[in-house]
Design a protein around this ligand. Sequence first.
Ligand SMILES: Cc1ncc(COP(=O)(O)O)c(C=O)c1O
Length: 393
Amino acid sequence: MAISRKILSTMEKSSWIRRMFESGAKLKAEYGNDNVFDFSLGNPNLDPPAEFQEALSRHAADTTPRLHSYMPNAGYPPVREKVAGFISKEYGVPLDSGKVLMTVGAGGALNVALKSLINHGDYILCPSPYFMEYQFYCDNHGGVLNAVPTGPDFLPNIERLAEEIGPRTAALIINFPNNPTGTVYTQEYLDRLGEMLSVKSRENNRTIYLISDEPYRKIVYGEVEPGSVFKAYPHSMIATSYSKDLSIPGERIGWLAIHPEAEDAENLVNAAILCNRILGYVNAPALMQRVVGDLQGISADVDIYRRKRDMICDILGNAGYEFTKPAGTFYLFPKAPGGDDLRVVQALQQERILTVPGRGFGREGYFRIAFCVEDAVIEASAAGFKTVLRQFK
Ligand SMILES: Cc1ncc(COP(=O)(O)O)c(C=O)c1O
């Protein structure tokens, strides 16, 4: 067998989301696109904002000589400057552009951060449910993901996380607004988390870095304001992208920012820049850097996602599902009626409704609905959701 054993086994257990996507494609071929209600992928269905098209046309028309040459591995200095300005305002901590690295999406930012920090065999803590790629990203760099279940409110229990921290814990990854639950962490919560990390870092004589993955930060509905990890804990970094809020996941553009007072901040930045290069990314996509540089603070119309959220919540609430209304993201993570997420997802498939079982996010007994779809799809799914709930009552 030519393929590495590790990759073969990863292929076997890899993504439930992809699996649902593939069975969805089959259903669509059989019944037609309009008759399959596909809530399986977090692929934003809104068009990018008009400002994006305008900036893209303008930068694409630029004929400055050698514009397409290699650049510093961290990205264009003027773009890093603009991003640092945005971060300073948004996160309430002044940051210079030297602490910002332009990346190949949030996925690229996370890989760069993890490669910079992990010694072989280190543990990376993460509350579950979680975005499954974390497991593979940690493994890419010789680390082991230690997923710690959250309670029914999906807020990571700080004492429970503290119990898991030992001398081989390199970092904690958090993600909010959260995929798959939509939970948003407040400043008060992050402050308590930061306090715990400071205590445990002292106890273990090893700084635990906090990596906050925030690609959904602008997709919030006004009920809970997202806090700032930079205000809560100095040894923190933020990984994010423009994938979700500008609806451009295919363009692969994001950034990694390192707190100016993080332990070894200067070296850490240089490590991250090196990792960006030697992971083969070299630098983030050039044209997209120039485009997003001009779009700081801009996002797709979140009111549209709010309307979709309210529609799907009404449908599920009326049918009798149990769930927490998400304060952000375009995901809903209801309890699987009867408790078996796989059976519920299969029953929904019979109704041509595609969702992802909670076990695809490290949490059985729930399922994920990605409501970044047309209103008509949400409306047309109501009968199927009702039918399935009745089967499990
Ligand atoms: C929580 C989370 N982190 C990271 C990513 C990766 O984002 P990107 O496409 O910008 O790499 C995703 C994508 O779905 C995500 O849901």
